[in-house]
Every structure is written in C-alpha cells, then in structure tokens.
Design a protein around this ligand. Structure first.
Ligand code: NAD
Length: 495
C-alpha cells in the first residue's frame, strides 16, 4: 500500500500509528494511506522550519529568486504529472486540474519578482540631516492549512510569496488529497531550495491545533469551510499569530433582462458545474431578473443535459464528488430542495457515469423557483447543484446578495454599463465579475471574500500577500556632525 508520509527537513518521515485512507473518487478504490501527525510530528516540522529560517532569511534576494525561477521552470515543464495526481485524488477532470496548476503557477511567477516587491522607501532630510527608510522583513516559520478542493493551487496562493520573502513554511494539506503537496516538496528540492524551508505535515485536527498553538509559528494562512476558518482565526490570533482565514461561499450570479441569454447560460453552466461545483467561486445561486427566467432556465437545462459526467481521465465534462459522504450530503440537499417545493428541472441523482467501479457521482442538477428560506439556497452545498431564484428587479437581486452571510464572489451579466458600475459599487462581496462568472483575480491582485468568507483583514497573494508574509521596519538615521550636539531632553521636533 502506498503510504503518503510527512516531508520534514528535506526528506520523508515515516507515518506513525494513525493513518487515513485516500481514495480515487472516480472509482471508489482506496489508493493509499496518509499519515496523520501526532503532536510530536508537528513539533518536529516546526523545529525544522525554525532551524532553517535564519540562513534562508539571510540568503540574498538574487539567490532566492534563482531558486524560484528554477522551481517555476520545473513546474511548467512537468505540470501534467501534478494535474494527473490531482485528478486521481480529487476527481476533477484533467483539463480542470491543469488549469488549477496554471493558476497556481501564476503566483510563483509573481513571487519571482520579489526583489521589486520588497523594495522599501527612502526619505532624505526628513529633519535636518536626518534620513528615514523602510524595510520589510520575513516573519519566521509560517503555517499554511489548505482544503481538498484545490490541493495544489490553494497552497500556491501562499507558499511562493512566503518563501520568496524569506520565511520557512509548513503546509498541512487536506487529508483527502494529500499527494500533490508531496510532489511539490520534491520539486522544491530539485530546484535547490535548502532543506527545512518547505515542510509538509499531513493530518487532521491534531496537526492543525499543534500549528495554531505552537509559539514558533508566526503566521497562519488557512482556507476551508467557514466554521473551521472562524475557529482557526480565533485560536491562532489568541496565540499571538497573524492570521488570514478564508472560508466558505454562496456565490450569486445576476442576469439582467438585457443580457445575452445564450452567453449567460453558457457561463452559468461553466461556473455552476465546473469541478462538480466544488469551487469556492462556483456559482450556486442564479438571480434571474424580470421575465427572462423561463427562457434562461430552458437554455441552462438544455446545456446541463448534454454534459458528460465520469472519470476525469476520460475526457468527461464533470468528475465525481470527493468522497461518498460528500456525494450523500449533496444528494440529501437535492432531496431537501424537492421536499421544500423547488422545481427540480434537471436531476443529477442516479446519473450513469462514464467510469469503472463505484465512484461518487452526482450529475448536474438544476432547480428553479428556489426561495431564500430553502436550505438549498441558504447553505453551501459544494456540489453540482444550481438554484435559480426569480426576482423582480436589480434592487431585489442586490438586496438578496447583500443579505447573504457569505461574500466571496459574485457576477452580473448585462450589457448596461451603468447597471454594472452600480453593482460594482453597491455589492458587499470581495470579488466581482462583470460578465465574468468566476472572477478569480490574477496573482498580482489579491484574492479574498468579505463577511463570513474571510476572517482577518488580509487577502491572499498580490501586494496583500507580500504584506502578510513580511513585517515593516522604519529606520531613522543621522550621521553625526557638530550641528547635532547639545543637550535637550524634550521629544525631538522636526527642524
Ligand atoms: P474543511 O474546513 O473541512 O478543511 C480545511 C482544512 O481544515 C483541512 O486541511 C482539514 O484537515 C482542516 N480541518 C478540518 N476540520 C478541522 C477541525 N475540526 N479542526 C482543525 N482543522 C480542521 O474544508 P474542505 O472541505 O477541505 O474544503 C471545502 C471548503 O473550503 C468549502 O467551504 C469551500 O468554500 C472552502 N474554500 C474556500 C476558499 C476561499 O478562497 N474562500 C477556497 C477554497 C475552498
């Protein structure tokens, strides 16, 4: 049996007594056992990161950047391997897995520019013959705790910048698809990263709690569901760490009556059913404004029925859900939506997938006449279930979005520039698409939601990411000359 071990200080560390099965969701077959860290394993990972920190922090920017470029080249030339690992443990189709790797690679490319990003500022003669400059310095060992749905990209939102800035990292990947990060660890070694700078600690709550409370961990970047994000934020800040904790989502797409309904239907399909709805930026609620709803629902339904669900290695449109428990949970939501009186237009339960074995499939599912009191609207289903909510006006659509406790992503489909501009200004959501259904910002902007979709005040990557993984220092300098003499016990005043 394949055992997925921790990676500490540049090599694998055998699993202890506790392990958990890893499954290929397209076949239902167990493919490995992942180590579940003990507190001692966690302490060993932190000790390795702590020991590696001083030398890595003091490594020149020129050398650090060379390692980053080498990593980028290796990743770019071998990304097919990583995509295949993602598909075999997560289930998303191979094209989508490649897309995930490419979006992560963008952050590596952004981090290659770290010498420019870390430049401080300088003020000459702030006071007479007194100069001031600012610098940004690394924090120390930092922890990254990631969810199952982007086993490569989400860790890559953080570690390239953390490492480029001179920190050392410990990643705690999801125990459902842990192999991708081990592959990345080996790639870093090949790229010349010193041992101990990049460590992987596999596990569950024990591993997470060890990192959240360990005095040597300086910062925590977390991505996952809202209740755990809130817990991570509260626990790690109580232990004196800076924290960015990205949580769950319920993303709305508004379609105004003037929109091109065919293009809007295409977008709804892509954003609703891509990665089987297991994206934090998936559209799960479509707000159809005015009298377009009948026609729009028909167009979406026609397209949904043509999608091929099956094994992600077989060129299908949509893969399985990550576990049998999650498949059952998603099917349960479909039952609940029907029972609550929503119109089930396309039913994905009982789909016949293009796959061998006993995978965890639910096909594309479309509900119409959903109301905001139904559980299928209120909760994050995280599956291929799209709910159409009919509203009378733009104002009703906006009020619905702003009343929702989540605020990750949203999109408006319209050809009316004035309406789009108003929406951009009025909506209480962190990432907004104008005719773009999944508005994931590029690496040089920052990714993050509002309200219950993010705890903390810093978004991922871009300049906010650089700020998160460094702390500022302001240095005031004078080179003494006779004009600086004399005794004066007062607080210095500018002159
Ligand atoms: P999850 O919250 O179950 O797990 C996330 C991480 O937390 C994993 O590493 C897991 O091992 C750990 N964890 C789980 N339970 C824990 C506990 N009780 N104590 C400590 N640690 C614990 O999330 P998931 O199911 O892996 O991922 C899906 C969720 O992530 C969805 O809600 C999705 O919206 C969200 N997500 C959000 C974003 C974003 O950018 N906002 C991006 C991706 C995923």
């Amino acid at each position: 049996m394949n055992t997925i071990e921790h990676w500490i200080n540049g090599s694998y560390v055998p699993a202890g007594e506790r392990t958990a099965p890893v499954t290929n969701p397209a076949t239902g077959k167990v493919t490995g056992q992942v180590a579940l860290a003990s507190v001692e394993d966690g302490n060993a990972a932190v000790a390795a990161a702590k020991a590696a920190f001083p030398a890595w922090r003091d490594t020149s920017l020129a050398r650090r950047t060379q390692v980053l470029f080498a990593f980028r080249e290796l990743l770019n030339s071998r990304k097919d391997e990583l995509a295949a690992i993602i598909t075999s443990e997560h289930g998303k189709v191979l094209d989508d897995a490649l897309g995930e790797v490419s979006r992560g690679q963008e952050v590596v490319e952004f981090a290659c520019g770290i010498p420019h990003l870390l430049k401080g500022s300088y003020t000459e003669n702030a006071s007479t013959k007194v100069d001031i400059h600012s610098i940004r310095q690394a924090l120390g060992p930092v922890a990254i705790i990631s969810p199952f749905n982007f086993p490569a990209m989400v860790p890559m939102w953080f570690f390239p910048i953390a490492i480029a800035a001179g920190n050392t990292v410990i990643i705690k990947p999801s125990e459902k698809d842990p192999t991708a990060v081990n592959w990345v660890a080996e790639l870093w070694k090949e790229a010349g990263l010193p041992d101990g700078v990049f460590n992987v600690l596999h596990g569950d709550k024990v591993a997470v709690d060890t990192l959240l409370t360990h005095p040597d961990i300086k910062a925590v970047s977390f991505v996952g569901s809202t209740p755990i994000a809130k817990y991570v934020y509260e626990t790690a800040t109580a232990h004196g760490k800076r924290v960015q904790a990205l949580g769950g989502a319920k993303n709305h797409m508004i379609v105004l009556p003037d929109a091109d309904l065919d293009l809007a239907a295409d977008a709804a399909i892509n954003a609703g059913f891509g990665s089987a709805g297991e994206r934090c930026m998936a559209v799960s609620a479509l707000l159809a404004v005015g009298d377009i709803a009948d026609s729009l629902v028909e167009k979406i339904a026609d397209r949904a029925r043509t999608l091929r669900t099956g094994d992600g290695m077989r060129g299908c449109d949509m893969g399985p859900l990550v576990t049998s428990q999650h498949r059952d949970k998603v099917s349960g939501y479909v039952d609940a939506g029907e029972a609550a009186g929503a119109t089930l237009v396309v039913d994905g339960r009982g789909v016949v997938p293009d796959a061998e074995g006993d995978g965890f499939f639910v096909g594309p599912t479309l509900f119409d006449h959903v109301t905001t009191d139904m559980s299928i609207y209120q909760e994050e289903i995280f599956g291929p279930v799209l709910s159409v909510v009919r509203v009378d006006s733009y104002d009703d659509a906006l009020a619905t979005i702003n009343a929702n406790p989540y605020g990750n992503g949203t999109a408006i489909f319209t050809n009316d520039g004035g309406a789009a501009r108003r929406f951009e200004n009025e909506v209480e959501v962190g990432m907004v698409g104008i005719n773009v259904p999944v508005p994931v910002p590029m690496a040089y902007y920052s990714f993050g939601g509002w309200k219950n979709s993010l705890f903390g005040d810093t978004h991922a990557h871009g300049s906010e990411g650089v700020g998160f993984f460094t702390r500022g220092k302001a240095v005031t300098t004078r080179w003494l000359d006779p004009s600086h003499g004399g005794i004066n016990l007062g607080f210095p005043q500018n002159s």
